[in-house]
Design a protein around this ligand. Sequence first.
Ligand code: MRU
Length: 360
Amino acid sequence: MRVLDIEPVKYEEDKMLVLDQTQLPGEMAYLEMKTKEDVWDAIYKLKVRGAPAIGVAAAYGLYVCAKDINAKNYNDFYKRFIEIKNYLASSRPTAVNLFWALDRIEGRVKEFEEEKLTIDSWENTQSAIKKAILEEAEKIRAEDESACRAMGENGLTLLKPGMGILTHCNAGTIATAKYGTCLAPLYIGHEKGYDFKVFVDETRPLLQGARLTAWELNMAGIDTTLICDNMASIVMKNGWIDAVVVGCDRMSANGDGANKIGTSGLAILAHEYGIPFYMFVPTSTIDMNTKSGDEIKIELRDGAEIYELWYEKPMAPKGIKTYNPAFDVTEAKYITAVITERGILYPPYEESLKRLFEQY
Ligand code: MRU
């Protein structure tokens, strides 16, 4: 199987299927999402994860739940729709794609408010709303696929054959509709014969690097070396790293980027060693309503993920206090360039991000 043929979220034969990433790399199993609880649980438990893939899952998830609504009129439909939307929005707080995708779908629903209604009966309107929700979910998925492809092409212009690349977490094909964000240039470069040497941080505590990125890159036949997170500085010092590439969960208007816990430390190390630090950020992940990284809500997760999840018995004293933030914020000053599907941005990001959105 080709890695780029693996889809984290599929809608086929009237079924929403999610690749259960908690089972990887051991098993590739798809779960059917039938209820809002299924979708919430899949997002919260990281069965589907990665900012763009969460957005796609939320969009199809809204359709799966909204298609069973049988409302009396538009207001009744909207009320029930918003209840589902708010529930799904409570699954994870940091990746803005979740809220962005849910808002986009709400925008389509609102096009059918009664005063704008041109369809003859409420039954027909209700069917049309449901059709519009599915259409929008398909659009979100397809747009993400082309955004990732474009980010891959753009990002590749910054890389050269033979480069040593360090990456963190998983911003690969299963974190998006296809290709990934920061792994996209590696796949495209590999197809062109670039012989990258990729170092993958295991990414504690949930091991997205070891379980998912190493699995993806290995399957693609890319030269991959797995390291523990605390080995990043030695591989940089050894001179093995020419660029660090990472994804993003939410970028604020000043260019601060929240990404998997550990990313900001890597950026500071890269700065110290004079290594370019590239953040791959589709426009769906840029939140111009958030002024700086200080305003980004960081998800806190159960401490058992640190001392229990991967071990046969707890690897810490009983009752130990824990602190388990899932993300941190890399300050804009450490980011050499932001790669988007619409081009590469350079500091000062306050200006380049503003210009990016003014152009469209
Ligand atoms: O907790 P996760 O696994 O959802 O965190 C994912 C990341 O931090 C990714 O780097 C980010 O979402 C970019 S994915 C293209």
